[in-house]
Unconditional design. Structure first.
Length: 278
């Protein structure tokens, strides 16, 4: 079972926090840095409605961020995001790059599958507008490589082919969407926005899980053992009896665990560690 699948999301208790001065998002005036003394407790989902932990929308006051604007809000952008436009038609490729940039997303043109494969690994979020008919390696072969490489950017195929079987093949192979040439700006906007939203949500979830794993891995073996008992509801007295240690010693372990996991309640500890130590 995924670590993150068992974790209820958390939000920052803002009562006595002091935001570090140097941490401001360069894309806006939103403070996204971790407070100097962070404590997390049980709370709501992320603004886009999924499980998350210490995500930007949980670390800042998002009262001015409309719920229906996420995950396309600037707050949700990764630091490495782009829309790849892969088409061997130079004019069409340039036009599509300009259209995508006009929608507010960064874009990069690639004339071949080889160009895309060279650039793709450096990016965290975005999507790929991929022509089926490419010189050398066709679009389907490129998508298969993307799948094998474990690259998570959604693929939106673009093609003038009116073959239903080709469309079905693309979708079965994991394509996010299919646009048939010629397509209008509204169709492009819908496909790109949906694909980027999907990509950002996945990245958010993976980053949350990564952070949780890092914090849990920071516990010593003894702390992991104590955290496991805390997650099963053991009170301090019973933990001390089980470990044949004094209650003060257990309290010290609890304090260190809470600090390392950045939580303030036993329930929050349980959410983070129970499926790792059971």
């Amino acid at each position: 079972m995924s670590v993150f699948g068992a974790i209820s999301t958390s939000r920052l208790c803002w009562g006595c926090q002091k935001l570090s001065a140097q941490a401001r998002d360069q894309r806006g005036d939103i403070e996204v840095g971790e407070p100097e003394t962070t404590r997390w407790s049980l709370g709501d989902l992320t603004l886009c409605g999924q499980h998350g932990y210490m995500r930007p929308c949980q670390r800042v006051n998002c009262k001015d961020v409309a719920a229906n604007s996420v995950p396309l809000a600037r707050l949700c952008e990764s630091d490495r995001e782009t829309v790849f436009v892969v088409d061997d038609d130079d004019d069409l490729r340039v036009d599509l790059v300009e259209l995508v940039e006009g929608l507010g997303f960064p874009a990069m043109g690639c004339a071949s599958g080889a160009d895309l494969l060279a650039a793709l690994p450096a990016y965290k979020t975005g999507c790929v507008l991929l022509d089926i008919r490419l010189p050398g390696q066709d679009g389907l072969a490129v998508q298969e490589w993307i799948n094998r490489a474990g690259i998570a950017l959604p693929v939106v195929f673009i093609s003038g082919v009116q073959d239903i079987s080709t469309v079905v093949h693309c979708m079965k192979a994991g394509a996010f969407d299919f646009l048939q040439k010629p397509f209008g700006e509204m169709a492009l906007r819908s496909a790109v926005s949906s694909a980027i939203g999907h990509s950002r949500k996945r990245h958010c979830r993976l980053e949350s899980e990564k952070m949780v794993r890092q914090m849990i891995s920071s516990l010593t073996p003894t702390e992991t053992h104590v955290a496991g008992m805390i997650s099963r509801g053991y009170p301090t007295k019973l933990i001390a009896a089980e470990m044949q240690r004094s209650e003060n010693t257990v309290k010290i372990h609890r304090h260190r665990i809470f600090n390392k996991l950045k939580v303030s309640t036993a329930a929050s500890v349980a959410n983070l560690v129970r499926h790792l130590v059971d």
